[in-house]
Design a protein around this ligand. Sequence first.
Ligand SMILES: NC(=O)c1ccc[n+]([C@@H]2O[C@H](COP(=O)([O-])OP(=O)(O)OC[C@H]3O[C@@H](n4cnc5c(N)ncnc54)[C@H](OP(=O)(O)O)[C@@H]3O)[C@@H](O)[C@H]2O)c1
Length: 384
Amino acid sequence: MLNVVILGSTGSIGRQALEVIESLELDCRVTALAAHSNYQELLEQCHRFSPSRVALVDENSALQLKESSGELDVEILQGQEGLIELASDREADLVMVATVGFSGFLPTLYALRNGRKVALANKESLVVGGELLAREVPEYKELIIPVDSEHSAIYQCLQGEKRESVKKLILTASGGPFLNTSPEHLPEVTPAQALKHPNWAMGPRITIDSATFMNKGFEVLEAGWLFGVELENIEVVVHPQSIVHSLVEYQDGSVLAQMGTPDMRVPIQYSLTAPGRKSNSFPALDLNSQSLSFHEPDTEKFPCLRLAYEAGKTGGTMPACLNAADEVAVELFLKGIIKFTDIAKYVEMAMKEHELVSEPSLEDIIEADRVTRNELKKIVARLG
Ligand SMILES: NC(=O)c1ccc[n+]([C@@H]2O[C@H](COP(=O)([O-])OP(=O)(O)OC[C@H]3O[C@@H](n4cnc5c(N)ncnc54)[C@H](OP(=O)(O)O)[C@@H]3O)[C@@H](O)[C@H]2O)c1
C-alpha cells in the first residue's frame, strides 16, 4: 500500500491523479491533499478519500474548510508552511507535486530534502531550483518520477539503458493553438483563443505557456536536470498530433520513442505504478487513423523557446527570473492588460535587467522571484 500525498489536488493534474487512483483501484492510500483556496472541492475530496491531513494556502479558505468540515476526522493546515509540512511527511511514500508555478518549488525541495519520492508535475520546481537541488540533494534524480508526458516518455525510453549511451533527448511539442497563425496576427489573439489547446485540457498557465512555447522551454530545462543531459543535447521538434510524447537518440543511431493518445492519465498512472504497469480502459492508440508529422520549431515567431535556452545556459538565478517574469506576464495577458506577443517581450526585458547571482542559495532564488515580479509589474505600469 503506497501512502500518497497530492499537492494541487483541485487542479487539472491533481483531479486526474485522484480519478486514476479511484477508478483503477490502485494500491494507494491518499494520506494528504492540498490546494490554494478551492475549499469546496477539497471538502468533496475529503469525503471521497478520507485523508488524515489537508492544507490550503489561503488562510480564509482554510477557515471556511474548518467551518464546513463538521464531523470529518481531518487535520486542516494552512499557508505555504502547511504544504511544506505535508511534503516533508516521512510517512509518505510518494508526494505528487501538482501545484502551479513557483508555488511548487519549496514543497518539492522539502520533500526531496526529506528523502521522499516525488511524482513531479510542477516543472517550475526544476526550472528555478535545479541547480540548488543538484547541490543540496545529490540523489534527487533517483527520487523524482516525472509526470509531464514528455519526461515520462523519456524516463520510459531510458529504462534499462546506460546513461552514457544517450546521444540526445528529443522533446516533442504540439505547437499549441497558434502553430499555423501568421506572425502578423499574433498580437491580436485573445486569451480565449490562447486557452483553446488543440490536444490537451490543462490549467490556464500551462495552456498559455504552450501557446507561447515557454512551456517547451521549461521542459527543456526540466529534462536537463532530470536526466543530467546538457542543453545543447536536448532538441525540440514540433509534432502537432501529440502521439509521440518524446524520444531518446542513442550513440548507435537508434531512436526510442514512447507513444500513446494525448491523455495525461497515462503518465500520471505510470508515476504511481512505475516501474510496473496496470491495465486501464482509457482510449487506446489507433495508428491506422493517424499520420504523424514532425518539423523544426520557429523561434522567430515563438521567442520564448530561445529565451528559455538562454536562461538555462546562463544558469544561477536567471531561470528563476525567467519563470517569475513569465508567471506575471501570463497573468497580465489573461487579464487583458498586455498582448500575447508582449509575454516574450516582457520576459526578455526582465532577463536583461536581472542582476544575476551565480550558485544561488535558496534565499537568492526566492529573492530573484520576488524582485522580478515587482520590477516587471512596475515596467508594465510604466509602459502600458
Ligand atoms: N495540466 C496538465 O495537463 C499538465 C501537464 C504537464 C505538467 N503540468 C504541470 O503541473 C502543474 C499543475 O498544472 P495544472 O494544469 O494541473 O494547474 P491548475 O489546473 O491550474 O491547478 C493548479 C493547482 O495548484 C493549486 N495552486 C494554485 N496556486 C497555488 C499556490 N500559490 N500555492 C499552492 N497551490 C496553488 C490550485 O489550487 P486551487 O484550485 O485552490 O486554486 C490547484 O490545485 C503545473 O506546474 C504544470 O506545468 C500540467
